[in-house]
Design a protein around this ligand. Structure first.
Ligand code: BT5
Length: 323
């Protein structure tokens, strides 16, 4: 049944403003006109605005920003990433579900995405504010054959993929703050959380959690983050289709993942450095047990931050909060 729905949406989305008769849609989907009619009803109830006119047929007027498996799949240009998608209304954390799926046989590219997270998480047991219906809260499962030390590079790959998706879809410039924050005008619009299941030799699964503030207004943020957080809507005064942004991110990720597997981290690092604001500055890095001040001179080929302190000693920082 979802094949029929996909076929209808593909036809209706393929050209602006033209009508498709029930018969045309039925021929394309390989089903009856009655089945088409029933699916059109279903599509309407999941947020698609489809007009029907006698003698002319059906026309797609637009879709609301509702997220569901259909509007994530229709128009998706990837081969593997997001091809298997689990959409949920409300979850504790998409990371948690992706971890569980990873232990089962979920294929590489599986995407878990939710309308709302009630206990979304950041690094080090911090929480991630994920209100209903306004943002992108998703976790992507990858299964690269790599040693676990390589995992942090995926945070940087994801950062580049998201920055470029936001540039394309929203025409907004985003800065990367090492390792996992994306900022617009100095405020956080996205956080990335890369987790893994691995043994000492080999990654079994890599779960890239991405939280992107899309259509929130300032009032939608809780008091504790209002000053530090922003959304694509706040920065542009426009409302965006979350599904469109997700699809663009997945395309970019698939592209850069392939580059990474073929050519290594080097080419990604070059692009990453273009967007990074952390590098070339005096910074303070707070790790779990210490604080180091110094000059951020760059990242290594592993994606690790190089910090030169006042004595000239170089510190390698694997994970920290930067100020
Ligand atoms: C992160 O942690 O930035 C990683 C966030 C990852 C969230 C995604 S959503 C899908 C997936 N499922 C999950 O449960 N998580 C992932 P960290 O660098 O530790 O930053 C956390 C800090 O960001 C918090 O302590 C707040 O100060 C701030 N924060 C929380 N929610 C925010 C929001 N919606 N927008 C901007 N800042 C936020």
């Amino acid at each position: 049944a979802s094949k029929i729905r996909e076929s209808i949406l593909e036809a209706l989305s393929s050209s602006d403003n033209s009508y498709f008769s029930g018969q045309e849609l039925a021929d394309q989907a390989g089903c009856s006109r009655t089945a088409i009619w029933k699916h059109i009803e279903d599509l309407r109830s999941s947020g698609f605005m489809i007009e029907s006119r006698r003698k002319k047929g059906y026309r797609l007027l637009g879709k609301t920003d509702e997220l569901n498996e259909n509007n994530l799949l229709v128009g998706l240009k990837t081969e593997t990433l997001g091809r298997s998608v689990l959409f949920l209304e409300s979850v504790e954390s998409t990371q948690k579900i992706a971890h569980r799926l990873a232990q089962e046989t979920a294929p590489e590219g599986t995407l878990v995405i939710a309308e709302e997270q009630v206990s979304g998480r950041g690094r080090m047991a911090r929480s991630w504010h994920s209100p209903k219906g306004t943002g992108i809260w998703m976790s992507l499962l990858l299964r690269p054959s790599l040693p676990p030390q390589k995992a942090p590079q995926f945070t940087l790959i994801a950062a580049v993929a998201i920055v470029e998706a936001i540039k394309d879809k929203c025409d907004l410039d985003v800065d990367i703050k090492w390792p996992n924050d994306l900022l617009i005008n100095g405020k956080k619009v996205t956080g990335i959380l890369t987790e893994l299941q691995a043994d000492s030799e080999q990654i079994h699964s890599l779960i890239i959690g991405m939280g992107i503030n899309v259509n929130q207004s300032a009032e939608d943020f809780s008091d504790d983050i209002r000053e530090i957080a922003t959304s694509l809507h706040i920065e542009s005064d426009k409302t965006f289709s979350r599904a469109g942004i997700v699809q663009e991110i997945l395309s970019n990720l698939e592209k850069y993942y392939a580059v990474y597997i073929k050519e290594g981290f080097e080419p990604i690092k070059e692009i990453w450095e273009k967007y990074a604001v952390t590098i070339g500055r005096q910074i303070t890095a707070r790790t779990l047990n210490k604080e180091i001040k110094g000059f951020a001179s760059g990242i290594t080929n592993e994606g690790v931050l190089k910090l030169i302190d006042e004595t000239g000693e170089t510190h390698l920082i694997y994970s920290a909060d930067i100020e």
